[in-house]
Design a protein around this ligand. Sequence first.
Ligand SMILES: Cc1cc2nc3c(=O)[nH]c(=O)nc-3n(C[C@H](O)[C@H](O)[C@H](O)COP(=O)(O)O)c2cc1C
Length: 390
Amino acid sequence: MKNIIVGVSSGIACYKVIDLIESLKGFNINVILTKNTLNLVEKKDFEKASKNKVAVETFNENINYKDYLKNKKNIKHISMAQKADLMIIAPATANIIGKIANGYADDLLTTTVLATTAPILICPSMNVHMWENKIVQNNIQKLKDTGYIIINPEYGDLACGYKGMGRLANLDKINKKILSLTNKKTDLEGKTILITAGPTVEHIDPVRIITNKSSGKMGYSLAQKAALRGAKVILISGPTNLQKPFGVKTINVISADEMYKSVKTNIKKADVFICAAAVADFKINPSKNKIKKQNSFILKLEKNIDILKEISKKKGKTKLIGFALETDDLIKNAKKKMKEKKMDVIIANKSETLNSDKSDFILISNKTLRKFINISKNNIAEEILNEIRY
Ligand SMILES: Cc1cc2nc3c(=O)[nH]c(=O)nc-3n(C[C@H](O)[C@H](O)[C@H](O)COP(=O)(O)O)c2cc1C
C-alpha cells in the first residue's frame, strides 16, 4: 500500500482536507498538522478520516537523546519522510510556503518536507492579496524551480469576504493529481533516457537574441512521464518558463552549441535519446558590444550544428527519437528525415504544435505509423515512451 503524508497548515480551507483524505481510497495516510491548525480544527477529525494518529510535534514527550541512541527509538520526521511515496500540503498557507522556499525546518511539517525524497504536491490557499503578493509569488516560483508540484488556487468567493484567486483548488482536481503521481508504472526501470527540450537562444549582441516559439512542454512532459515510469532521466533544457519535472536531473543551457556539448557529455550513459528541443537552425557570431542603432544592417546567420544528425553518426545501441515539424508533405518528409538521421522513431507534427497543449501527431517507427488527432502532449508522451519499453 502506498504511503501519503498529508500536511495541513492553518488556512481556513483546512477543514476541506478531511473530505480529500476520505476520498483517497487504498492509501496509508499520515497527517501532520501545524500547531496553528489546531486553532481551526480538531485532531480527532483527521484521525477518523485517515485512520491513523495525527502528528503535530517534532519531539516526543518525556524522552531524551538516550532513548533515540540506545533504544533505537524512531526519529519521527525521518521515519515518516522515508516511507512516504508522496507528500501533500493542503492547504498551504503563505507562511508554510515561505518557510519551505527558504529551507526552514522549525516544526514537524517543514522538517519532514526537507527530509523526504518523495514528490511534494503543494496546494496553496489564501486571501487574494496574499496570493498576489510578490514575495509569495517569488516563493512559489522558487518551489516550482526546485521541482515541487504546485496546484494553483482558484478564483471565487473567499472566506475573508474578498472575491479573487485564492480558493483551495477543487478537491477532485487534487485527488486526480494524487492518483497520477502515485500510479507509478515501472516499465522503464533500468533505462537512462536523455531528453532535450525547449528553444535555444542565439545572441546577436549582449542584449539581443534570436530564438523560436518552442515552449518546451513536449520535452518536459516526456521527462516527467519517463521518470514516473521508473527511468533515470536527464533533461537538457533551453530557456523555458516551465516547472522542473521532479525526479529528473535538469541541465539548463542557452545556445545550440551549449546544448550539443551537454548532449555529447551525457549520451554515453543513455539507452534512449529523445531530441524534443527546437534547436535554432542558425547562429550569429555575436558582437561583444551592443550594436548601435542604425538605418539597416545585415545579420549574417551561420548554420547551427544539427545535434541529432551528429549523434546519429556514432549511433551505437542508443535508440534515437526525433520530431519533424513540417508544413507540407508531412509523412514523406518525416520518413526522409528519419532515414537520414538513423532514427528509431519520429513524431511528425505541424507548426501549430509549438506553443500549444494539444495537437495532431503522426508517430512513425519501423513497425508502425499511427495518427493521433487533437491529443495532449502528456498523452502523446506516453505513446512515445511505449515505443521504447523493450
Ligand atoms: C481564521 C483564520 C484563517 C486564516 N486563513 C489563512 C489562509 O487561508 N491562508 C493563509 O495563508 N493564512 C491564513 N491565515 C493565517 C495563518 O493562519 C497564519 O499566517 C499562521 O501563522 C500560519 O501558520 P502555519 O503555516 O504554521 O499553519 C488565517 C488565520 C486565521 C486566524
